[in-house]
Design a protein around this ligand. Structure first.
Ligand code: NAP
Length: 491
């Protein structure tokens, strides 16, 4: 078993799935959860299949009429209790997350707060789901719009943010009056189950939230069941673009509403008028957080000729200062990558870039002392189009910096991607700021900042980074149907 700090509340380490308000192993063999830092087993959860998915859908369908009939204020009160419980147990939730995902404890704590913020936000929004009365074109009829929950929902989530990617979906769904079945990632089910335990304690009724755990093979079967179900009216997925495409296709026969939060390949442009030190700080935050394993991590840096040498030098110095290690160790800023495949992908991107002429300024190898899945924070200069790293999502701690000489050239390069999630740029010229912000083909633009996510802002992408928005005042719309009432006979 992996050593991690003892939990204050041992009952938060749940090792059964949560269906219809009960803990169950579904009569299925268990699946070990591995700490990527040391390969030790953190715990085991049931490896469920489509039978359990059907049971969870049935439970969610049974719970829907009563849950959706409650007032928004009533649902908000329960969600508020859930939020308070998350904050009260933040240390334990963070420890579980670091143990199964590897990120530094300080980042896990940040994610617990970020994840809980969606529950707080959508609890508040639950009270503000209002319809509309539109001006009528007839004197004897009235045009009324009401909003209703879409029904039973399903969520499939990734391992890189084991709590917030779930709460960003559950919170708007249950606030709107929907019920939901969640399939967390194979590598990080313990955070999801701890969340369910706290929802249970908060008094959220049986069947409103269900968590079905599974390995990668069963995930495929469960995904098919969720997509094929005529009871499930909405599927929200966060993960890679290839899997998003599969799920979109699988949802077509039932014409299901879908929300897709997919891969990214963020550009980060540093113009010649930028505050270089601020840009380097933003670059380090954007690139190396979660060991580069976030969908909004920068994948391509573009630095103007006039400041190129200074920027790459300072970026390499900053990367070399990042302390790598077990996420539980004091002062660690970067943990391990999630698995061996992730390390192999990073190695492939780095060696391809170097073979094609990139200059290695920092890192570039598995950490010599720590070994395993620990990869050194890496900086490559003089990268260019045609290198794999310039088009494929790296999902690792590697900066690739390319030189540019004018605005038109760099905007074209930045937009030359199938992805359209996050983008960043640094400039102090107000005219340029507006021009570039409007021309970047991305769902989100960070201007003079490398950190953009919060519950108030609409998170999401365009192009092959997905569709729909999470968080913000727009996030609830995904879980609401608009109904038009034509009220006649008014003489
Ligand atoms: P992934 O391989 O697409 O897996 C995501 C989830 O889908 C996991 O729960 C996985 O289960 C499940 N899954 C995989 N194949 C499936 C199938 N055929 N049918 C049904 N479910 C299936 O992605 P990942 O490697 O976990 O996460 C990294 C990706 O997520 C990156 O591309 C990143 O950019 C993206 N991401 C996007 C956002 C955003 O908001 N846009 C946020 C975070 C991450 P198993 O774990 O059991 O395989």
């Amino acid at each position: 078993m992996s050593a991690f700090p003892p939990l204050n509340d041992l009952k938060l380490l749940r090792t059964q799935a949560y269906i219809d308000g009960r803990w169950t192993d579904g009569g299925r063999p268990s699946l070990d959860v591995i700490n990527p830092a040391d390969n030790c087993i953190v715990g085991s959860v049931p490896n469920l299949d489509s039978v359990a998915a059907e049971q969870a859908i049935d439970a969610a369908a049974r719970a829907f009429p009563a849950w959706s009939a409650r007032t928004g204020k009533d649902r908000a009160n329960l969600m508020r209790k859930w939020f308070d419980l998350m904050m009260a147990n933040a240390d334990d939730l963070a420890a579980l997350m670091t143990a199964e995902q590897g990120k530094p404890l300080i980042e896990s704590k940040g994610e617990v707060t970020y994840g809980a913020s969606f529950i707080e936000w959508f609890a508040e929004e639950a009270k503000r789901v209002s319809g509309d009365v539109l001006a009528s074109t007839w004197t004897n009829r009235r045009t009324v719009v009401i909003k209703q929950p879409v029904g039973v929902c399903a969520a499939i989530t990734p391992w890189n943010f084991p709590i917030s990617m779930i709460t960003r979906k559950i919170a708007p769904a249950v606030a709107a009056g929907c019920t939901i079945v969640v399939k967390p990632a194979e590598q990080t089910p313990l955070s999801a189950l701890a969340l369910a335990e706290l929802a249970h304690r908060a008094g959220i009724p049986a069947g409103v939230i269900n968590v079905v755990t599974a390995d990668a093979d069963n995930a495929v079967a469960i995904g098919k069941t969720l997509c094929a179900s005529t009871v499930v009216r909405h599927l929200s997925f966060t993960g890679s673009t290839p899997v998003g495409r599969i799920l979109m296709e699988q949802c077509a026969p039932t014409v299901k509403r879908i929300g897709l939060e997919l891969g990214g390949h963020a550009p980060f442009i540093v113009f010649e008028d930028a505050d270089i030190d601020a840009a380097v700080k933003g670059a380090l935050a954007s690139k190396y957080r979660n060991a580069g394993q976030t969908c909004v991590c920068t994948n391509r840096f573009y630095a103007h000729d006039a400041i190129y040498d200074e920027f790459v030098r300072k970026l390499a110095e900053g990367a070399a200062r990042i302390k790598v290690g077990n996420g539980f160790d004091q002062g660690v800023m970067q943990g391990p990558l999630i698995d061996d495949a992730a390390v192999e992908k990073v190695e492939r991107h780095v060696s391809d870039a170097i073979e094609k002429g990139a200059r290695l300024l920092a890192g570039g190898r598995i950490h010599p002392e720590l070994g395993g899945r620990f990869y050194e924070p890496t900086v490559l200069a003089d990268t260019r189009k045609g290198m794999t790293i310039m088009s494929e999502e790296t999902f690792g701690p590697v900066s690739a910096v390319t030189r540019f000489s004018n605005d038109a050239e760099v905007i074209a390069a930045a937009n030359d991607s199938e992805f359209g999630l996050a983008s960043y740029f640094y400039s102090r010229d107000i005219g340029r700021v507006w021009r570039v912000a409007e021309q970047l083909q991305y769902g989100m633009v960070g201007i003079n900042t490398g950190a953009i996510s919060n519950e108030v802002a609409p998170f999401g992408g365009i192009k092959q980074s997905g569709m729909g928005r999470e968080g913000s005042k727009y996030g609830m719309d995904e879980y609401l149907d608009i109904k038009y009432l034509c009220m006649g006979g008014i003489e």
